[in-house]
Design a protein around this ligand. Sequence first.
Ligand code: IMP
Length: 308
Amino acid sequence: MDGPLFAHPSEREFARILDFYRIAWQYEPRSFILHEQDGQVSEMFTPDFYLPDLDLYLELTTMRQRLVTKKNRKLRRLQELYPEINIRLLYKRDVYELLAKYGYHPAEVEPPQFDELLREAKHILFPERQVRETVRRLGMELSGDYADRHPLLVGVLKGVTFFLADLIRQMPIELEIDFMAISQLGTRGGSAVRIVKDLEQDIAGRHVVLVEDIVDTGLTLRFLLGYLAQRQPASLEVCTLVDKQPRRLVDVPIRYVGFQVGDEFLVGYGLDFRRRYRNLPFLSALKPETYRADATAEPGPYTSAQAR
Ligand code: IMP
């Protein structure tokens, strides 16, 4: 959508509310001179909005109290100099109450920009909103299936923590969580995969859902399912955020899948490449050059066990 370049996101949201009510508006159409010295303008004031039908200027203030005081002073000066001008100051609280009333988020919270980290990524595969929607869908599915079964959701550290934390907040049922960690290929003493952090509780007779961030070859999952099945849970199912089916080496039963992807290396939302990128709030594909470029320093993502 083309439109003015708003100085603050809350102004953009406010303009949408005005649009909704078909109230015509202009953004910063006029600047008022407040002080002049020797023919030079030394202070100006440009209200944020003008509503021509109401002949009203509006100034939105979402700033700290100290700056509000300064703005108030300017506004008083404007009213002295231009008594015919109708202007109202909307305070932070007023603006947010209005925005909240119409279902907007507190617009002051701008999402952090991850441009620097993203330089090495290929493209955003699943943006934040899509991840949120998918996690919500999985949460609802699981809640329906496990409503009266008091499930135990088991996450495998570390990548899954992001997904698991968001997932259970979409599950309004009685549940518990626990974590396991397994050794990585290529680390010292790592000639065979083993459990380095075990569950804290007995799972015999429990309804267990193994929650994974991503299933690739399926080897990790196969090992974990074998381990958990020995402990005789009442039921054992798998929920993964991402399923990389084309790279599967062993068949593993996965009941709940968020996204199906092809043969790409993904980072973000907990997934890492050499311990980096976990903090990206979306899922992104990594450029093959990125992991090939330093393949001499460490094995590539597919030749080492992926850093979990
Ligand atoms: P699998 O044993 O090959 O299925 O691999 C499972 C583990 O490898 C996952 O739990 C991840 O930690 C890691 N992994 C596999 N593919 C990716 C990826 O595309 N990005 C990040 N980590 C991955």
